[in-house]
Design a protein around this ligand. Structure first.
Ligand SMILES: [Zn+2]
Ligand SMILES: [Zn+2]
Length: 135
């Protein structure tokens, strides 16, 4: 059975569905995600672009750095997606924008070298200094 997960921004203008299993669910500690989401850490679920469909308005894209595109709702400002040159053919969706984020369990941390000193975890997951999380 193939699961289909649904989600969207806070106001509901942007809605999506993601079919099948994510390739990766992980927590990012980079300063760009932190600022873009005004949150100390951001959880991401990565899919192939063809797994994800936007049902209503598509997110508005802005370049947070060269080759990095963050998709936000133009009405409520929720960050929904990340696409970029570093992950060709893939799309990251913010775990917090899913209707049932508890189903998406992170398996690792990345950009740990940027982690806030008071942001501590006892989840036992690997922490990778940068992205991609290979070492
Ligand atoms: Zn919205
Ligand atoms: Zn990040």
């Amino acid at each position: 059975m193939t699961q289909t997960l649904h989600g969207g921004c806070q106001c509901g203008a942007v809605r999506y569905e993601a079919a099948g299993e994510p390739l990766l669910v992980a927590l990012c500690h980079c300063s760009m995600c932190r600022r873009a989401n005004a949150a100390p850490v951001v959880a991401w679920a990565m899919f192939r672009e063809e797994q994800v469909r936007f049902d209503r308005a598509a997110p508005t894209l802005y370049n947070s750095s060269p080759g990095a595109r963050r998709g936000v709702c133009r009405t409520c400002g929720t960050q929904v997606s990340f696409t970029g040159d570093a992950i060709p053919g893939l799309i990251d969706l913010t775990v917090g924008s899913f209707d049932d984020p508890g189903k998406l369990t992170p398996s690792l941390h990345y950009w740990d070298e940027k982690r806030l000193p008071w942001m501590r975890f006892d989840d036992g997951l690997p922490h990778h200094a940068q992205f991609p999380p290979f070492e």
